[in-house]
Design a protein around this ligand. Structure first.
Ligand SMILES: [Zn+2]
Length: 319
């Protein structure tokens, strides 16, 4: 029995119960509920669902067939809500059910991705993303690393700034995932909240939150970074000189050379740019190790500077 194998694989204090099982052609596919006595950060016992086959292969045809069955049933059960309340309410319901925890075809045990929601509802991905965006603006749902998460009120960056930082961080972490780069952004946002006292994106960005115009982003972030990195690419001790550019020093420099329009917080923009410079330094060091010194930090900085310059041009509409 699959359940016996699963129980044997967990500690005795972990409770494994079968939610549903399929038994066909020497395959035992099942949905299992796993409750661990160990509490999570919020102090609650953690439970999750496990969808697996005794053969343990992701490509197992019985597992794929069972998943298809679940998707079809779930789609039918969600249809009345979709019809009466619309897509946004349905997405919230899917998130609630996955958290409960219920298996709705997701690959992670307690989180469902936007792609998986689109597949479940047989809806275009872009439409689902738009609905998630709207739920984010209404402070009802968050999407990080491509997966649906509870909305927790705290300082946040505008979406476009998140995308730039996550993208830069992804290059730093050698074998990074969406989730890891999302973590780096979240860590930075917590730091901003701690150091500035801002408890929402709107406090720091006003009407530029949760969406910031790309033209403005080009001006206050991309072009500044391109210039600073290009200057560093000429300096022989590039990494060290950039590492010393903390947010405070950057802010002092920025105020002399550069203007951040109200209601944007100049301090947050300086902290953001300083963080991206730090990521660039990490990237340069990794590149240096990876190429065993064939590539110099200067070359890497020049390359990253060029990327920001191109991004700025793209944000300004190619002009
Ligand atoms: Zn199988």
């Amino acid at each position: 029995m699959l359940i016996e194998k699963l129980r044997a694989a967990f500690l005795p204090s972990v409770i494994v119960t079968a939610v549903r099982e399929w038994d066909k052609y020497d395959h035992e596919v099942g949905i299992y509920h796993v409750v661990s006595p160990f509490s999570n950060a919020e102090g609650a016992a953690t439970s999750h669902v496990l969808f697996t086959c005794v053969c343990n292969a992701l490509s197992c045809p019985m597992r794929i067939a069972a998943r298809y069955e679940i998707l079809t049933e779930a789609r039918a059960s969600l249809a009345p809500l979709l019809e009466s309340e619309g897509l946004e309410a349905t997405i919230l319901e899917i998130h609630r059910r996955v958290q409960s925890p219920e298996y709705l075809g997701q690959s992670r045990s307690s989180h469902i991705s936007v792609d998986e929601v689109a597949e479940l509802l047989d809806a275009p991905l872009a439409t689902v993303f738009r609905a998630c965006d709207q739920l984010y603006v209404e402070e009802k749902l968050d999407v990080r690393g491509g997966v649906l998460r509870d909305f927790v009120r705290r300082f946040r960056l505008p979406k476009e700034m998140v995308a730039i930082m996550a993208n830069a961080a992804e290059e730093t972490l050698d074998f990074s995932s969406d989730e890891e780069s999302a973590d780096r952004v979240t860590k930075f946002e917590r730091k901003v909240q701690r150091e500035t006292g801002f408890i929402s994106g709107r406090e720091a960005f006003g009407a530029h939150f949760p969406r910031m115009e790309k033209r403005l982003l080009a001006e206050i972030v991309c072009e500044r970074l391109a210039t600073l990195l290009l200057q560093a690419s000429i300096d022989a001790r590039a990494i060290q000189s950039l590492r010393r550019l903390t947010a405070t020093r950057l802010l002092e420099r920025e105020q002399r050379f550069h203007y951040v329009p109200a209601p944007l917080s100049a301090r947050v923009i300086a902290m953001y740019n300083a963080e991206l410079l730090e990521i660039a330094c990490d990237n340069a060091e990794i590149e240096l190790r990876r190429t065993r010194g064939v590539t110099t930090p200067q070359q890497t900085f020049r390359f990253i500077a060029q990327q920001y310059a191109e991004l700025a041009m793209q944000f300004r509409g190619g002009s």
